[in-house]
Design a binder for this molecule. Sequence first.
Ligand SMILES: Nc1nc(=O)c2c([nH]1)NC[C@@H]1CN(c3ccc(C(=O)N[C@@H](CCC(=O)O)C(=O)O)cc3)CN21
Ligand SMILES: O=c1ccn([C@H]2C[C@H](O)[C@@H](COP(=O)(O)O)O2)c(=O)[nH]1
Length: 283
Amino acid sequence: MKQYLDLCQRIVNEGVWINNERTNKRCLTVINADLTYDVANHQFPLVTTRKSYWKSAIAEIIGYMRGYQSAADFRALGTKTWDANANLNEAWLKNPHRKGEDDLGLIYGALGRAFPKPNGGHVDLLQGIVDDLTKGVDNRGEILTFLHPGAFDLGCLRPCMYEHHFSLLGDTLYLNSTQRSCDVPLGLNFNMVQVYVLLALMAQITGKKPGKAYHKIVNAHIYEDQLAPMRDIQLKREPFAAPQLIINPDIKSLKDIETWVTLDDFEVKGYQHHDAIQYPFAV
Ligand SMILES: Nc1nc(=O)c2c([nH]1)NC[C@@H]1CN(c3ccc(C(=O)N[C@@H](CCC(=O)O)C(=O)O)cc3)CN21
Ligand SMILES: O=c1ccn([C@H]2C[C@H](O)[C@@H](COP(=O)(O)O)O2)c(=O)[nH]1
């Protein structure tokens, strides 16, 4: 939590105003931030200085692991966070590749679970990583990437957290996640949870111990209409102690995640938080 608040404060203190053409909003921006989550010691990085909708965050990462490409599937799992990008994003609505209501196109897991090969066919990157890690293999390239520059016009949004690199040291699993663009008040509140959960879940289904997760952010920003509530309300609050995330121990394979897992398989204990703050969302 402290590292999150430090980043927010750093943007307020040192950020540079950059005009963003896609959203037509100015963003107070810094370059480069490195966050670390101690998954081994259950340091769940949930924001406490406002109410965080952690179930939505977990629904997103499960949807990515399943290769979802429809906002309707994300809604069925328990989050409406992809509705605006599917159905209100002007550029995407005009894009001839959009297949109608709720279609997101080739985003995130739709690429990571069926990454097109230059010589034809696809590779399921996530399945390959799970198979290797289960056997104790780390080939120094256990990389789940959602980034395919040739597919940018085939999806509603380029992936923000675009790469997850898994590593084994003995039977301890590590994760390095990279994010190119980060909406710190809204997106990061979710992305921290997602990096933590991705390492915890991958360790659980491959029979490894979770170690640390390292989260690299390149462009970290606060949109102009989010600045006042962040600076004058959220940053004035004292954080509470970190809560605990409990994951159903019956989740034992990628198949389980693909077939029966729901948000009821995740529980947060001891979540003390300040009141909700509704931040504007830039489409
Ligand atoms: N501008 C922008 N910021 C983002 O963080 C973002 C995008 N666009 N587009 C793609 C996804 C969608 N994400 C989202 C979308 C909405 C919320 C949001 O509205 N969060 C509210 C309420 C969440 C709820 O009720 O479930 C929040 O207070 O956190 C968060 C992340 C993250 N990503
Ligand atoms: O997981 C996510 C997804 C999206 N975001 C934010 C970062 C930006 O504010 C927008 C994406 O806009 P681009 O113009 O494509 O950079 O969404 C996030 O923080 N986390």
